[in-house]
Ligand binder design. Structure first.
Ligand code: NAP
Length: 262
């Protein structure tokens, strides 16, 4: 996308995506008079869902400088960081670019899951820490954290892994032949997750705390099967306002644009 969003009299707003919330916010903003949203995707997902309104751009900006240049070139008036809770790098870059341009920035982040009665969660800061916990144990591990840190588990000689990801691991990541790889995109419901974990005799689940309902089925399944969950802690984010939902983010966009005038 090389030209600014052309919607005369409208304020261009940038939504950093990669989440269902970013898509929904783009559609909602496109339906508002006075807002011209651009949804930005990292470009990693093959055939990502497209919003019904607004513009879409794809691919990295080229660091903070690249993002700053994009924001200035397209006269962006406000930015919503709606990247995935574990895609923190982009959030820090967005914070710095907005700081330089004195641009309003909001974080849209779905609430984290919290442990319920019967859950056996073991928080881990990194995938390396999850691999340390497994160590030499003979566990059957359901690894649902995508490609992140897969290589760490090569040092767990007695464990077997069922790895679930949306797309195949990039070349250069060697998944041992005895592991099983399942390519699937959510939502995943509890009954199917429980049947899968039962049939593969899973003894421990490794998960991100993604929040939302789309991937919560495995957490419910682990609870029902009384299996521990190695829960990857969410990474730190820059300070600033955070909202959990699309309607709050839309209200913030409207306010931000109104305050700064057209
Ligand atoms: P990251 O570590 O925060 O970002 C890595 C680089 O990817 C950034 O420096 C940036 O490149 C580019 N990038 C990330 N998000 C972008 C966006 N929305 N628009 C344009 N460029 C973007 O992110 P990641 O963990 O690799 O995730 C990449 C994307 O997948 C994110 O958009 C995220 O929302 C989505 N996602 C991530 C996860 C996860 O668990 N990490 C899960 C589901 C979806 P430049 O420096 O060149 O600008």
């Amino acid at each position: 996308m090389s030209e600014p969003a052309s919607r005369p009299g409208s304020a261009v707003v940038l939504i950093l995506g990669g989440t269902p919330e970013a898509l929904d916010l783009t559609e909602a903003a496109a339906g508002q008079p006075g807002l011209a949203p651009i949804l930005s995707l990292a470009g990693r997902t093959w055939a990502p869902r497209q919003p019904a309104g607004g513009l879409v751009r794809s691919g990295g900006f080229g660091g903070v400088d690249g993002l700053e240049a994009f924001l200035a070139r397209h006269r962006v008036r406000a930015l919503v960081d709606a990247t995935h809770p574990y895609a923190a790098g982009m959030g820090w870059q967005a914070a710095e670019a907005c700081e330089r341009l004195r641009l309003p920035r909001l974080r849209l982040e779905r609430a984290a899951w919290t442990p319920q009665a019967g859950d056996r969660w073991l928080p881990v800061d990194t995938m390396a820490a999850a691999a340390d916990w497994i160590g030499a144990r003979a566990e059957n591990v359901f690894l649902t954290t995508g490609h992140l840190g897969l290589d760490q588990f090569a040092r767990c000689p007695n464990a077997w892994f069922l790895v679930r990801a949306i797309s195949p691991p990039a070349t250069g990541i060697d998944v041992p032949a005895r592991w099983s790889l399942v390519l699937a995109r959510g939502p995943f419901h509890r009954a199917a997750e429980q049947a899968l974990m039962h049939s593969r005799e899973i003894t421990v689940l490794v998960s991100k705390n993604s929040g939302g309902t789309g991937t919560y089925g495995k957490i419910e399944a682990a609870r029902a099967l009384e299996r521990p969950v190695l829960m990857l802690v969410r990474p730190a984010r820059p300070d600033g306002p955070v909202v959990p939902g699309v309607s709050e983010a839309l209200a913030w966009l409207r306010r931000s644009v109104a305050w700064s005038g057209l």
